[in-house]
Ligand binder design. Structure first.
Ligand code: PLP
Length: 439
């Protein structure tokens, strides 16, 4: 055990030091395909090695192949944060190493999970009384929600906007459900008139609305969509994987308006609520339907307790990590006020960046930007913008990603890391202008 204490001290020092210096590392990994594997031992060790040897290889072999998602100038996809309370809680989760498949298998896992999802519902202004549980990713949460909808209406289709996340396509493929895409308006929101028309053709099991689409963070008109779903008796699932977290601030609750009438809703604290990946929260107004769709109890899992929740009954996986611990730690250590402060700062930085782009000749904003994500481009062709992005990313200074809006290639900057400052944004804007050949 004394060796373990020494290793623990070494590892905690490694973690603290990494977080202190991550901002000095190139954001994008600088390796070619196969470089990392070429440096790994070809065969497993015959005899056990000291943990120090593992740590050494983390530094020398793995770190060059890491793209630093915890870097303050990581602005690609949706930027995320491995926050300090989240990291510490993950360590305890690993030490406990419990599997919360059944209440009995570890009562605290089930009870904390249900309780902390109740806290999250309060923080986001969601209706009291919804059931909430944690899945690994929004992809799984959406799969579970659509499986429940299909359970009620087998053989019927799912509808979502052309801007919905590809996880909806994948869920439908896995569930063998037909997916029909609803056209969007000029601001990339689902068009209720087009939805009404598709619903009018009948045989629909579910509609997926998005609050904060992946490309542009547009918000579908959920109240109008909820009206239509109610009229047709169709399951409404809301994908708020990114923008749901913004609802900790009252001024962004508009994005979830109408969600109280949804049947299910997913929010990913591992996107914009400072919780280390993986943590996706699936709320449902109709947990009984989820249970009907998923509950399957072999003899060896039968228990005598009544009136307990067995979380294995609510989704595709049996085994489950103790994920609630990190979400609980994050919410406790930041508090509502700390979470609001960070979200507001990220939105402020997003708007500031957009104002710089808007004011600069030769640059253009390409979509409304209600949160902390900005779609923009430089004058010139798609290929020139793609090459510009490649140069900025290769510089190691910052990492951005891209998307396509309409038929145009656009650059995309998403702020979501708790360590990002205005100075980081200035450096990134400078790098973009330098690489575009401007002063
Ligand atoms: N929904 C939206 C709106 C997303 O942006 C994403 C990923 O970026 C997902 C779902 C899928 O998330 P996950 O990686 O948790 O499956």
């Amino acid at each position: 055990m004394s060796e373990f204490r020494d290793d623990l001290a070494l590892t905690s020092e490694w973690v603290a030091r990494y977080l202190e210096r991550v901002g000095e590392l190139p954001v994008l990994a600088r390796v070619a395909p196969g470089d990392v594997r070429a440096r790994l031992a070809a065969v497993p060790p015959e005899r056990g090695e000291p943990f120090e040897a593992v740590l050494r290889d983390v530094d020398e072999v793995l770190l060059p192949g890491i793209t630093h998602w915890n870097h303050p100038r990581f602005f690609a996809y949706f930027a995320i944060t491995g926050s300090e309370p989240g990291i510490l809680a993950e360590l305890i989760t690993a030490a406990l190493n419990v599997n919360g498949m059944l209440w009995r298998a570890s009562p605290a896992v089930t009870e904390l999970e249900e309780h902390v999802l109740g806290w999250l519902a309060q923080l986001l202004g969601l209706p009291a009384g919804w059931h909430g549980h944690i899945e690994d990713t929004a992809s799984t949460s959406t799969l579970a929600a659509l499986a429940a909808a299909r359970h009620l209406r087998p053989g019927c289709a799912v509808l979502c906007s052309e801007h919905a996340h590809s996880s909806v396509d994948k869920a439908c493929r896995l569930l063998d459900v037909e997916l029909r895409k609803v056209p969007a308006d000029e601001a990339f929101r689902m068009r209720p008139d087009a939805l009404a028309e598709l619903l009018g053709r009948g045989r629909v099991a579910a509609v997926v609305a998005t609050a904060g689409t992946t490309s542009s963070t547009s918000v579908d008109p959920i109240p109008a969509i909820a009206d239509l779903c109610e009229r047709e008796g169709v399951w409404l699932h809301v994908d708020a994987a990114y923008a749901g977290s913004a609802a900790v601030c009252e001024e962004f609750r508009w994005a979830l308006a109408g969600c109280e009438r949804a049947d299910s809703l997913v929010v990913n604290p591992h996107k914009w609520l400072f919780t280390p990946i993986d943590c996706s929260c699936l709320f449902s107004r109709r947990p009984d339907v989820l249970r009907d769709a998923f509950s399957l109890v072999p003899e060896y899992l039968r228990t005598s307790e009544e009136d307990v929740t067995n979380l294995m009954d609510y989704g595709p996986a049996l085994g489950r990590r103790f994920r609630a611990l990190k979400l609980w730690a994050v919410i406790r250590c930041y508090g509502r006020e700390g979470l609001q402060r960070l979200i507001r700062e990220h939105v402020r930085l997003g708007q500031l960046f957009a104002s710089w782009v808007e004011a600069e000749p030769g640059w253009e904003i390409c979509a409304p930007h209600p949160f902390s994500t900005v779609c923009f481009r430089h004058e010139g062709s798609d290929e020139e913008n793609e090459a510009l992005l490649e140069r900025v990313n290769a510089s190691g200074e910052a990492l951005l990603s891209h998307t396509r809006l309409g038929d145009r290639y656009v650059l995309r900057l998403a702020i979501g890391n708790a360590r990002t400052t205005e100075a980081d944004l200035e450096r990134t804007w400078q790098a973009l202008r330098d690489e575009a050949g401007e002063e």
